[in-house]
Design a protein around this ligand. Sequence first.
Ligand code: PTJ
Length: 243
Amino acid sequence: MIPEDHPRYRSLAARERLADAAREGIVALEGLTAHGRGEAFDYLIGERTTESALLAARTAAALLTTAHCPVISVNGNTAALAAGEIADLQKASGALVEVNLFHRTETRIHRITALLEEHGVNVLAGRAERLVPLSHDRALCLPDGIGSADVVLVPLEDGDRCAALRAMGKQVITIDINPLSRTARTATLTIVDELTRALPNITTACAGLDSAAAADLIGSLDNTYLLRAAITEIQKRLEHALD
Ligand code: PTJ
């Protein structure tokens, strides 16, 4: 039991949730190490949403709400940390939700789907086909979901699939607290923020955007600028870390 007045309560509670979800076969064991890397970068950025991350979240809302077929791709970590936030974003954006796993097993797909449904997510069902140009199981996706998507949100993604989705002509939005990762540098749009802070920001922005504001945000999208801004935030924080 983690005491709520512990100074690191949020972090410890997230770890406990992920460890429980790993025991339940929802999170891959590799997902625990991925989370640790994420936590390290979150320390560096100050465990807060920066201005450039907020701009990126608003731009993500613009891309999702103006897409013909927006899809949110959910993996084990995302389901364990943010099933409710995914439900809210689905409602606000009208996006389809597909479970898509790096460490893919049918059992994990069923468990993650059940968890998402418990939180009110409408999860796309169907027979997965090898549509993404990759040699491993990440090639598998649903023809009516990621297969047909023009915009895909892939939180906590691996770089290979991000590049393959872009090669298919799709716009890829990622949420990755590490601005140096291959995914962050390959995506159309990277939100350099922690998952559970970023998702509600996209949801809120979906409600407040008219079509002119959405077009402005999409027209001025510059992912290199967003990544540089995140790295600058980290540099500034490190310079003053012990002040
Ligand atoms: O559930 P599966 O089988 O699909 O596997 C999921 C993992 C996460 C294991 C898989 O996609 C993977 O190996 O991912 P990577 O390549 O480790 O990439 C994850 C990225 O997300 C890294 O750059 C982490 O720094 C970042 N990250 C981890 N936790 C968070 C995060 N970014 C934002 N918020 C987080 N909570």
